[in-house]
Design a protein around this ligand. Structure first.
Ligand code: 5GP
Ligand code: MN
Length: 338
């Protein structure tokens, strides 16, 4: 901690990197920390491997983010010139997507703050707490431990609150530890407009997005009753029919878990020439293990992601055959839900 604090204080140019396709936690953490670094007099820059959804763009800082997939040369130049790099919300450089190569090639000091299991060793100062709700929760702790609470503005606190809100699904999961509410209390004391952030994050969808959700649930949800599992497939054409925008499919995968006894829910989405997969589960059913073993991915026990280069149909078949070995565990977990 002291060493990480020291290196931040000694550095001038600090680059903050969230994971590829940043979610609310990755972006909330990056923007929150960016404002604190600025308040400390640092030249901070957020370099994101890819763009991020509109509903996360409600701060001035979000307009300053360098998107590497659009401005690759500039992103690389800024990273090469950095005194310090801070990795947020990931623990494997592969998750830095198109920035993996340059980041792996540099020996710039780095800090990693993250809450995913199985961290890889690449950062100079790694901070991992897999019991934390979110990276944003860890950042708040870090800021207070460094004694920088005066540098935490209302907008920075709001951004960090957004990450906690999104990674817990509005305090629905990963949010049972009392410590989390101490952190939330500290943020609220910074004049966070909770209702505004809630509405920005959860109530800013287009008509098409809501219809896509309806279509996915009514026409595309397949329930494998004996496996207590459901899945939804969405092809590139179906997404186009609903004028898909980044972020539109966020949350769809959680919905089937509302069914009594449902243990596992999966969304297969055809996008950019491959299948992006989102997994969610309840209890001890390890979707991160399935994502890692079968779909080059990973994540948390109950929320994970992966990818497949097979067709939608073949990807689903691969998933169904992977499930066979988990039938007993699925049965045990569904019993616990009754
Ligand atoms: P989502 O389904 O929201 O895209 O991802 C859920 C969680 O799974 C994320 O918070 C992240 O932790 C993890 N995740 C998603 N995609 C990947 C991936 O390709 N690799 C790894 N290691 N984790 C992923
Ligand atoms: Mn996170």
């Amino acid at each position: 901690m002291e060493q990480a604090k020291d290196i931040i204080l000694r550095s001038e140019k600090i680059v903050v990197v969230p994971h590829t396709n940043p979610d609310g936690d990755a972006m909330g953490a990056s923007i929150g920390l960016y404002y604190v670094l600025q308040a400390l007099g640092k030249k901070a820059t957020i370099v994101s491997p890819t763009d991020f959804p509109e509903y996360l763009k409600w701060t001035d800082a979000s307009k300053e983010v360098i998107i590497a997939e659009w401005e690759n040369a500039k992103a690389k130049r800024i990273i090469r010139n950095a005194d310090l790099i801070v990795y947020l919300d990931f623990n494997d450089l592969k998750r830095a997507g198109i920035l993996d190569e340059i980041l792996s090639s540099l020996s710039t000091p780095s800090i990693m703050i993250d809450h995913h299991p199985y961290p890889k060793e690449f950062a100079t100062y790694p901070f991992t707490d897999i019991s934390a709700s979110s990276t944003c929760e860890l950042i708040v702790d870090f800021i207070y431990q460094c004694g920088w609470d005066n540098q935490l503005s209302s907008i920075a606190a709001s951004s960090l609150f957004m990450g906690i809100l999104t990674d817990t699904g509005g305090f629905a999961h990963n949010s049972s530890k009392p410590d989390l509410y101490r952190v939330v209390g500290m943020l609220m004391a910074k004049n966070v407009d909770k209702d505004y952030i809630y509405s920005k994050v959860f109530h800013q969808f287009s008509k098409d997005r809501l219809r896509l959700m309806g279509y996915a649930l009514s026409e595309k949800m397949v329930v494998l009753d004996s496996f207590h599992t459901s899945y939804i497939t969405l092809s590139e054409k179906e997404l186009a029919d609903f004028k898909f925008q980044s972020g539109d499919t966020e949350g769809i995968v959680n919905e089937p878990l509302q069914i009594t006894g449902m243990v596992c829910s999966v969304l297969f989405m055809e996008k950019d020439g491959f299948i992006k997969i989102s997994f969610r589960s309840k209890g001890n059913f390890p979707v991160n293990e399935i994502a890692e073993k079968f779909f080059s991915g990973g994540g948390h026990l109950n929320a994970a992601g992966g990818r497949s280069n097979l067709s939608l149909e073949e990807t689903v078949k691969r998933f169904e055959s992977a499930l066979v070995d988990y039938k007993e565990l699925l049965m045990e977990e569904t019993q616990k839900l009754k």
